[in-house]
Design a protein around this ligand. Structure first.
Ligand code: BG6
Length: 471
């Protein structure tokens, strides 16, 4: 079956500063640099962000490849710790900023729309060490000052600004699960960071509007549609609670301007009270985002808890547990379920429950280990699995668009193989290979050629039907 991209629908890719740039000319560490320095042995093969893709030095070569794989847009993050010299005064580091100027100009010259994300976990480490990161109201003010410098410098040349990428990931994995550095379990800190990022977003939106900056401003959330094991009221309640924590906290706050009252109360009862001021409540209500970015990789499946949590600290998992559905399709390399229809369901939720706000897929992709073994005689990786992955997800998304969803783009993860937190270079996602064995040589994969075809002809074929036949 053939699918066509609607007029104006953008296709592209995303990347993050810390995952691509490397440490050349960096004067300050960001939070992920700290994660690596704290325990390099925990990163796959000990590889961290030190060189990454060396994008800082090779950006021209890389941006030249972007149109060759059909990117109409590329979302990248600015590393706050590179862009700003003095975090208190938000004095720009001219050398760092010049690099981003060059990246923006180069993308424009190559016909690729640059989209800027202000933070993909690159909080300057000093602001964590000194103030505790986003739990601090002072850090939120510093973030807004930094945002202002970015808006001033790039508004006009850049049309999409994103306040955060996946704001909930560091709070959850670092302070709730204790998995990532500093490997502390501090539930109150985790929720304070989440709330802090909501306030920071609302304040940045306010500033953006008051400054009449050109373009749109939004946030990028990692959302997976949550499915209940069954329609039993207890399973449905488990789903409702999983959504409250994992979906509605950010969605209600940023799209409706209301932090869910039920969540505020649960947190207060469990020693995780949010420090909310009346002024912040008003700012959140009046400065909702203009566009929503969604990163989608896998759905959430939950069931009612069968055992009580032995945790002595508060954790949302006390209201639900993961449901391991039989027969689910898996990406074994990443251990994530593949379920493209969730994109359609997600689109419906945004359409029906979130004002049909304009939104885009800002990440969707498949991380695969050992891709070298799929190379043909011309050394090109034959990643048909990735083509199928993209085509299926995009087809479900387009079905929702046809039915009125206000989705205006599909950006994949990612343009070129890069570093992941802890998984480092184990699983590769790129349309372009980065070959570590040959001076990080870049080679377009088969999926890159497919993406180019899809983007330039504005159509693609899907061999497998979206609705499977009964056999
Ligand atoms: C997203 C992040 O959660 O998933 C990216 O925004 C990340 O930074 C991507 O790389 C894929 O996850 P991973 O852990 O396989 O790299």
């Amino acid at each position: 079956m053939k699918y066509q991209l609607p007029e104006g629908f953008i296709v592209g890719a995303s990347q993050a500063a810390w995952q691509t740039e490397g440490w050349t000319a960096k004067k300050h560490d960001n939070y992920v640099d700290y994660m690596y320095k704290q325990a390099p042995n925990r990163w796959f093969d000990g590889i961290g962000p030190t060189i990454a893709c060396d994008f800082y030095n090779r950006y021209k070569e890389d941006i030249a490849l972007m149109p060759q794989v059909g990117l109409q847009a590329n979302r990248f993050s600015i590393d706050w710790s590179r862009f700003i010299e003095d975090f208190e005064t938000a004095t720009v580091n001219e050398e760092g900023a010049q690099f981003y100027d060059n990246v923006v100009d180069e993308m424009l010259a190559k016909g690729v729309e640059p989209m800027i994300c202000l933070e993909h976990w690159e909080l300057p480490y000093e602001l964590y060490e000194k103030y505790g990161g986003y739990a601090s109201k002072h850090v939120i003010e510093l973030y807004v000052k930094y945002a202002e410098q970015v808006f001033k410098r790039y508004s006009g040349r850049v049309k999409h600004f994103w306040t955060f990428n996946e704001p909930g990931v560091i709070p959850e994995l670092c302070f709730l699960h204790g998995n990532w550095a500093p490997s502390f379990v501090e539930p109150k800190t985790a929720f304070a960071w989440n709330y802090g990022k909501v306030v920071a977003t609302a304040k940045a939106v306010k500033l953006f509007r008051e400054g009449n900056y050109e373009g749109k401003i939004g946030t990028i959330l990692n959302l997976g549609t949550v499915y209940a094991r069954s329609n039993h009221p207890r399973d449905l309640e488990a789903k409702r609670m999983a959504e409250l924590f994992n979906f509605r906290f950010y969605m209600d706050s940023l799209v409706h301007g209301i932090v869910p009252q039920e969540l505020i109360e649960i947190l207060a009862e469990n020693d995780c009270a949010l420090e909310i001021t009346a002024e912040e409540t008003a700012i959140i209500a009046e400065n909702t985002i203009e566009i929503l970015g969604i990163n989608y990789y896998q759905p959430g499946r939950v069931k009612a808890r069968e055992t009580q949590l032995a945790h002595t600290f508060f954790h949302p998992d006390q209201y639900f547990e993961h449901y391991d559905m039989q027969g689910k399709r898996m990406n074994p390399h990443r251990g994530w379920e593949i379920y493209p229809k969730a994109l359609y369901d997600l689109a419906k939720t945004v359409q029906e429950e979130y004002k049909n706000i304009e939104w885009m897929i800002m990440e969707n992709g498949m991380g695969v280990e050992g891709e070298e073994k799929y190379k043909n005689e011309d050394l090109q990786i034959q990643d048909d699995y990735r083509i199928e992955f993209f085509a299926e997800h995009l087809a479900w998304l387009l079905r929702a668009v046809e039915e009125g969803s206000n989705c205006s783009g599909y950006l994949v993860w990612n343009f070129m193989d890069n570093i992941s937190p802890y998984n480092a270079l184990k699983n590769r996602y790129g349309l372009v290979e980065m070959d570590l064995t040959q001076d990080r040589a870049r080679r377009i994969k088969k999926s890159g050629e497919w993406f180019y075809q899809m983007s330039t002809t504005r159509e693609f074929e899907l061999a497998t039907p979206l609705d499977p036949e009964l056999k």
